[in-house]
Design a protein around this ligand. Structure first.
Ligand SMILES: Cc1cc2nc3c(=O)[nH]c(=O)nc-3n(C[C@H](O)[C@H](O)[C@H](O)COP(=O)(O)OP(=O)(O)OC[C@H]3O[C@@H](n4cnc5c(N)ncnc54)[C@H](O)[C@@H]3O)c2cc1C
Ligand code: FES
Length: 277
C-alpha cells in the first residue's frame, strides 16, 4: 500500500522547547509550546514524541519511561519559531505528567514524524470525522481546508468542549446526549454521505469508530484517509512496536502512517495500544 504523502524528515535529535500554556478545556488539556528549531510547517496528521524535560519517570514504578506520541492540533507561525498546540486526554502516567506542565517548563520533543493527511482529491468535498481525543489532528486540518463539513463525537458535554477550538462550524454527537445529537458520530457521517455525492472522508478516533467509518465509505465507494493509533515506543521506525495489518502486509504506523488510505485496510479496528514503558 502506498503512503498518502511523503514523510517530513524531522531532525533526529530530541530538542527541548518552552511551554507557554497548559490549560484545562472541559475533560481535556491544551498544551502550548514554542518550537524554534524544528521544521516550520508540520502537516496535519503528523505527530511528535513528547516527554517532559524534568521529572519524566523515576517514580514508584519508573513510568513514564518512554516518550509518548501526540498529534499536533495547531501550529501557528510565531517570530522565529512555531507555536504548537497539543490536545491531551489524561489516561495514564505520561499524559498526567504532561498535563502538569506550567509556562516556562521544558517540553522534550522529536518531530514532526510520520505521514499526515494528503490534500482532498480534486472535486471532492472534505468531510472530517473526529471521535474523542481523535479530534486533535482534525483541528489543524480544518484550518487548512475550504468549506469542510466537520462532525465530532464525544462521550459527554465535558469532552465536547474541544469543539469550541474549531473555527469551522461543527456537528456534534455525544454518547450520553448531553451535547448535540444523542448518538454516534458515524450517524452524522451517514446522513452527510447521503446528501453529498462527491465526498472524501478524513477521520481520526478510536478503532471502533474508524472501522465504522471505513465500512461506510467502502460500501459507498467514497475515498477515506484514516489517522490511526497504535502503541509507539520509538516513533521513527526502529522498534516495530506499532505495526498494523494491511491488505499488503504489515506496516509500521509511525513511518508509513499514522494516516493510511482506508482502501488498503481489511479493518481499521485491529491496531491496539498497550501499556508503554
Ligand atoms: C500517532 C498518535 C497520535 C496521538 N495523538 C494523541 C493526542 O493528540 N492526544 C492524546 O491525548 N493522545 C494521543 N495519542 C495517544 C497517546 O500517545 C497515549 O494516550 C499516551 O501514550 C498514553 O500514555 P500514558 O502514559 O498517559 O498512558 P499509558 O499507561 O501508557 O496508557 C493508558 C491506557 O491507554 C492505552 N493506550 C496507550 N497508548 C495508546 C494508543 N496509542 N492507542 C490506544 N490505546 C493506547 C493503554 O493500553 C492503557 O490502557 C496518540 C497516539 C498516537 C500513536
Ligand atoms: S514506534 Fe517504533 S517502529 Fe513504530
Amino acid at each position: 500500500m502506498t503512503a498518502v504523502e511523503p514523510r517530513t524528515l524531522a531532525p533526529p535529535e530530541r530538542r527541548t522547547v518552552e511551554v507557554v500554556g497548559c490549560e484545562a478545556l472541559g475533560a481535556y488539556t491544551v498544551l502550548w509550546a514554542i518550537d524554534r528549531d524544528g521544521p516550520r510547517e508540520p502537516r496535519p496528521g503528523q505527530f511528535y514524541m513528547l516527554s517532559t524535560a524534568e521529572r519524566w519517570g523515576g517514580g514508584a514504578c519508573e513510568r513514564p519511561y518512554l516518550p509518548r506520541a501526540f498529534s499536533f492540533a495547531r501550529a501557528l507561525q510565531e517570530g522565529d519559531g512555531i507555536r504548537l498546540a497539543f490536545l491531551l486526554e489524561e489516561v495514564g502516567p505520561g499524559t498526567e505528567r504532561l498535563a502538569q506542565l506550567k509556562p516556562g517548563d521544558g517540553l522534550s520533543l522529536v518531530g514532526p514524524l510520520g505521514v499526515g493527511f494528503r490534500p482532498p482529491r480534486e472535486g471532492r468535498r472534505p468531510l472530517l470525522v473526529g471521535g474523542g481525543i481523535g479530534t486533535a489532528p482534525l483541528l489543524c486540518l480544518s484550518d487548512d481546508l475550504e468549506g469542510p463539513a466537520v462532525m465530532l463525537g464525544f462521550r459527554s458535554a465535558a469532552h465536547a468542549a474541544a469543539a469550541a477550538l474549531f473555527a469551522a462550524e461543527t456537528q456534534l454527537a455525544t454518547d450520553d446526549g448531553s451535547a448535540g445529537r444523542h448518538g454516534l458520530v458515524t450517524e452524522l457521517l451517514a446522513s452527510e454521505l447521503d446528501s453529498e455525492a462527491h465526498a472524501e472522508v478524513f477521520a481520526c478516533g478510536p478503532p471502533a469508530m474508524l472501522e465504522a467509518v471505513r465500512a461506510l465509505c467502502a460500501e459507498r465507494e467514497v475515498p477515506a484517509q484514516l489517522a490511526m493509533e497504535s502503541g509507539m515506543a520509538c516513533g521513527f521506525g526502529a522498534c516495530f512496536g506499532c505495526v498494523v495489518p494491511t491488505r499488503e502486509g504489515y506496516l509500521r504506523l509511525c513511518v508509513d502512517g499514522p494516516v493510511l488510505e482506508a482502501s488498503g485496510l481489511e479493518t481499521a479496528s485491529a491496531p491496539g495500544g498497550g501499556h508503554q514503558g
